[in-house]
Design a binder for this molecule. Structure first.
Ligand code: 5AD
Ligand code: FES
Length: 348
């Protein structure tokens, strides 16, 4: 087992069979070995610097109906909201003053925000904050739309593939969505020159080892600049309300493997990880993660962007989260930096 971890560290790739073994024959000892090695690789590439991204959840309207997600269109209990351009710019202003140099605009797939509205918004943010990176996380769009956002000034795009195997994808999404389209969107984003982020949920319902093997192989092939993974957590108003959550141990182990496989990747310790364990994000960083994404959304809408139950930080002001995270990172020997935090192409 340690041999396979060393091999992944040295060669940054394993065969499907080797991944299957690595994901199956686990022990506490080998898990820890992988996590410590990944922590070292993170330090070699990024030092003790942790990048922050200010997350602005600007709409919870969504035309999709993913079975796991709390803001799926069928959830009649979700109180829907949209932030105005003015609201969003106020979030950026607050974030900028707190030292954020990356803003992430995340939302459901909301037809209200036409390409025209989005490109105007992107231009405006980049005009006011030319020294900031802008990340979009607004789902599956056409190549033309992605191109228009890029030309308007968007730098990065997050679109988790959710699961790389069609068979599993079918169990998480209604028929109108497809794994192939999602993967194609990711390839398009890369082609257009976005710093691109893919990723999957850990412990989502029906997930098997074979699914995970495909996730790792797909990520290797795509070679994204960012990978977002976090535990699945059930939401009471979804078809998966009784399904159990992904575990801390699995998430930390997969974070470690991702850091070993893609040494330079931008890898967040997610809010979902902080939700299943109070020290989840710190443990994430100590397992290879190098990014945290505190919430910049106005407190008045925070509780409405509930993808899963129990989400942390929904009552806290942006400044509270910012300082809370600084303290948390300092306690583990890391430092949050005021920097765009772009992908590092070469090992330092
Ligand atoms: N638990 C954990 N993560 C979730 N997401 C959506 N619903 C859940 C849930 N119930 C994740 C998806 C999506 C990202 C924005 O949030 O992976 O891509
Ligand atoms: Fe939000 Fe700690 S990060 S309160």
């Amino acid at each position: 087992m340690k041999k396979l971890i060393d091999k992944l560290h040295q060669e940054q790739i394993l065969s499907a069979e080797e991944f299957r073994t690595l994901l199956t024959d686990r022990s506490e000892e080998t898990d820890l070995y992988a996590r410590e090695l990944a922590d070292q690789v993170r330090q070699q590439v990024y030092g003790n610097q942790i990048y922050v991204r200010g997350l602005i959840e600007f709409t919870n309207y969504c035309k999709n109906d993913c079975y796991y997600c709390g803001i799926r269109r069928s959830n009649r209990n979700a109180q829907r909201y949209r932030l105005t351009e003015e609201d969003i710019l106020a979030c950026c202003k607050e974030g900028y003053e707190l030292g954020f140099r990356t803003f992430v605009l995340q939302g459901g797939e909301d037809g209200y925000y036409t390409d025209e509205k989005l490109t105007a918004l992107i231009r405006k943010i980049k005009e006011v904050y030319p020294d900031c990176a802008l990340t979009l996380s607004i789902g599956e769009k056409s190549e033309e739309s992605y191109r228009a956002y890029k030309e308007a000034g968007a730098d990065r795009y997050l679109l988790r593939h959710e699961t790389a195997r069609e068979e599993h994808y079918r169990k998480l999404h209604p028929e109108e969505m497809s794994c192939e389209n999602r993967k194609n969107c990711l390839r398009t984003l890369k082609k257009l020159g976005y710093q691109t982020g893919a990723g999957f949920m850990v412990g989502s319902p029906y997930q098997t080892i074979d699914d995970l093997v495909e996730d790792f192989l797909f990520l290797k092939e795509l070679d994204p600049e960012m990978v977002g993974i976090g535990p699945f957590i059930s939401h009471q108003d979804t078809p998966f309300h009784d399904e159990k959550s992904g575990t801390l141990e699995d998430t930390l182990f997969y974070l470690a493997l991702l850091r070993l496989m893609l040494p330079n990747v931008l890898l967040p310790a997610t809010t979902a990880l902080g939700t299943i364990c109070p020290k989840g994000r710190e443990l994430g960083v100590k397992s290879g993660a190098n990014v945290v994404m505190p919430n910049l959304s106005p407190v008045s809408v925070r509780k409405k962007y509930m993808l899963y139950d129990g989400k942390i930080c929904t009552g806290d002001e942006a400044a509270e989260c910012r300082f809370c995270l600084s303290r948390r990172m300092e306690l583990i020997g890391c430092q949050i930096v005021t920097d765009r935090g772009d992908y590092k192409k070469v090992l330092q």
